[in-house]
Design a protein around this ligand. Sequence first.
Ligand SMILES: Nc1nc2c(ncn2[C@@H]2O[C@H](COP(=O)(O)OP(=O)(O)O)[C@@H](O)[C@H]2O)c(=O)[nH]1
Ligand SMILES: [Mg+2]
Ligand SMILES: [Zn+2]
Length: 357
Amino acid sequence: MKKSNHRNTDFDEEDSPLNDTSYMSLSNKTNKHSFRKTRLVDTKKSNTETHEGIVIAGVGALWLVNVVLNEHDADVTTIECKAAGIIVSEHQDASLIAVGDVVGIELQSNETPHSGTIVRVAQRHTRLSRVIAAKHKTEQVVVSNIDQLIIVMAAAEPFFNVRLIDRYLIAADKGDLEPIICINKTDLMPIEFIEDQLSVYQALGIPIVLTSVKKNTGIANMYALLQGKSSVFSGPSGVGKSSLTNALLGENTQSTRTVSEASFKGTHTTSFVKMFALKNGGYLVDTPGLREFAIWNLSIEELPFYFTEFENFRHKCKFNTCSHIHEPDCAVLEAVHEGLIHQERYQSYCNIRESLL
Ligand SMILES: Nc1nc2c(ncn2[C@@H]2O[C@H](COP(=O)(O)OP(=O)(O)O)[C@@H](O)[C@H]2O)c(=O)[nH]1
Ligand SMILES: [Mg+2]
Ligand SMILES: [Zn+2]
């Protein structure tokens, strides 16, 4: 059991929280695992019925949870929930509730609209975690139980940031998410230049999608990648995450907006995590922009392992404790000088290492 003092207002102010959508089975991954075994119904406790649902948005101390209240009609109802004072959690993360979580809720009233209390949180299968820039460093799970992380950057305004891409790639690896790089606003830059700049990621086997919402290019490719999976858009502010989301949702956008606006009166619906159902069976989470991305729970010792292109060289270093920064006979450094490891990726390694000292 965990004390619940969780609020979900821990995003950067300009960006603040990101959340809102609806669906019962988040991903194939989710279904495969233990939800059958961990039906969130507490049989020991009183007569209070617990309904299982999925968190689709969060603002302040409120969460929107999608549940099927009547198994006969299978209609999804979105219920505004508070967190209970004590929550039974099957995961060990510091961040107790996140968008994407499978939760158990108790209804507060039988009248409509319903309100509820979150009393349980199920095990998470994947997560996108970062360190919150707060007084004491703690984990923020931006979203859980998602299959793919779409790292969204712009070709220009703002120019894409490879340091940030490299941090996201590590977070995806740690959180069990498949990474995809999306460069939007390709109308502002020659395609050849973008492809050249990103060739290192292609070499690493990471899918790259080039889009322009303005010119309506690449949107169909993106849509195909999202089919049947749950995905999250993350990246800096102003790169076009919400524009892309709207382009992908088409006519669905309006109805989803209505839900969030009705539920979170007086809050800025553009500034929290939102989950949407796509027509092709996929689920998409739009998030507010993150100015920085500090990776949660990353140690200096494990850092080199997240740079897979170091693999062929690491074991040839003279010292087996080599930091690949200053040691003599460092095979990684030699590979950088010979152009076998990309200079920019090595620079990211150095920067992230420095931030961990
Ligand atoms: N030139 C250009 N501008 C775009 C494109 N996509 C979005 N924008 C603009 O970029 C700005 C930020 O878009 P928004 O979707 O709010 O970005 P977000 O902060 O990442 O969600 C808006 O003014 C959009 O109209 C694009 O493909 N090309
Ligand atoms: Mg946005
Ligand atoms: Zn070395």
